[in-house]
Write a protein that binds this ligand. Structure first.
Ligand SMILES: CC(C)(COP(=O)(O)OP(=O)(O)OC[C@H]1O[C@@H](n2cnc3c(N)ncnc32)[C@H](O)[C@@H]1OP(=O)(O)O)[C@@H](O)C(=O)NCCC(=O)NCCS
Length: 308
């Protein structure tokens, strides 16, 4: 069903039912595959929805892409919003946002979330939309670090990362199932894996040649799961057992990943570090920031449609 929102300017907003190739450029490269799956039965983590705005003379002037996730799709994430430059400041962004909230609500979402990177000039306008639409005050969510590969090799901590003899780093894909079972059992016995840093949740579509497990005395006690996107290696999920932290073990994982991707000729590595993991955030500030070419933060805002 196509939904139209008539507004006081000469544009309409409607829900897109199938992928429109002309709008592909209106979302981030990362989300284009998901956008292409709109209207198709494809097994994706997100079930996409999209809203488009069209001017009175038929120009496609904006796109909002979102996804429904989780059990019974009770969470909606707003993944990108874009308005063509000559139509900005005329209410299109907010109209797309309002219509997307409606679509998400009708689809059964109980909570809506958005995360976005700071630094772009139009972020204040996005935050204005959030305020007007009565979303929560945006909070610091992640540090996002971009390091040129040639710099990471020169970082002094790359040299400090020799591991004691009872440690070993192997590719995650080479772990036998028994090792993964042991990891799960150890966490079940005495929880130590943050729920948002479970390596198994990140393994899908990962870069297998640089996704690593850190073993100590034969048991998995750390990991670094990576993704390769548009020639950039993203360090998506890294964690070391709390008892083994602050001893440079994470450096060893970074160094090994950098060494393994070197032959690929990549220029940049990015890492996302959740701000709520205080130790990791401090690590990023102290050890990654000085060697980074880009260091920014992402913010998170939410709006509840009904109690979860
Ligand atoms: C963010 C973006 C989608 C906003 O779209 P938009 O159509 O300009 O949004 P609106 O016209 O609904 O404006 C939203 C608010 O910002 C204000 N605003 C927008 N452009 C403005 C400008 N150039 N100067 C001052 N205020 C501006 C509007 O006045 C409005 O505030 P108000 O409710 O107090 O009047 C648009 O700027 C954009 O596409 N940016 C590039 C992509 C991007 O960065 N997306 C966000 C991350 S995914």
């Amino acid at each position: 069903m196509i939904k139209k929102h008539s507004l006081d300017h000469s544009f309409t907003v409607r829900e897109l039912e199938i992928f429109d190739p002309e709008l592909e450029e209106y979302t981030f490269p990362y989300w284009r595959q998901l956008f292409r799956s709109l209207g198709k039965e494809i097994e994706e983590k997100h079930s996409p929805f999209a809203l488009t705005a069209m001017s009175g003379d038929g120009e496609k002037v904006g796109l909002l892409l979102g996804g429904l996730v989780g059990e019974r799709q009770r969470r909606a994430v707003f993944l990108s919003v874009y308005v063509v430059p000559h139509w900005r400041g005329q209410g299109v962004g907010r109209a797309l946002w309002a219509a997307a909230e409606e679509v998400a609500g009708k689809a059964g979402a109980e909570i809506m979330k958005v995360t976005y990177l700071l630094g772009k000039p139009s972020i204040p306008f996005l935050e204005k939309i959030l305020e007007r639409q009565e979303w929560s005050d945006p909070q610091l969510n992640m540090y996002v670090v971009g390091i040129d590969v040639k710099n990471i090799r020169n970082a002094p901590w790359m040299r400090k990362c020799r591991l004691p003899e009872d440690y070993e780093i192997i590719l995650w894909r080479d772990l036998p199932q028994t090792a993964i079972d042991e990891l799960i059992a150890s966490d079940a016995e005495k929880p130590w894996i943050p729920p948002d840093l479970r390596p198994m949740d990140f393994f899908e579509h990962c870069h297998e040649e640089s996704s690593l497990a850190l073993k100590r005395q034969g048991k998995v006690r750390g990991w670094l799961i990576t993704h390769l996107l548009n020639g950039v290696l993203r360090l998506s999920c890294g964690f070391v057992h709390p008892d083994l932290q602050r001893r440079g073990r994470m450096f060893a994982l970074y160094a090994e990943a950098a060494r393994r991707v070197e032959p690929l000729g990549l220029e940049e590595i990015t890492a996302t570090v959740p701000a709520r993991h205080v130790g990791m955030a401090a690590f990023a500030q102290r050890w990654l920031k000085p060697f980074s070419q880009r260091f920014t933060e992402s913010r998170l805002a939410v709006k509840k449609l009904r109690e979860e």
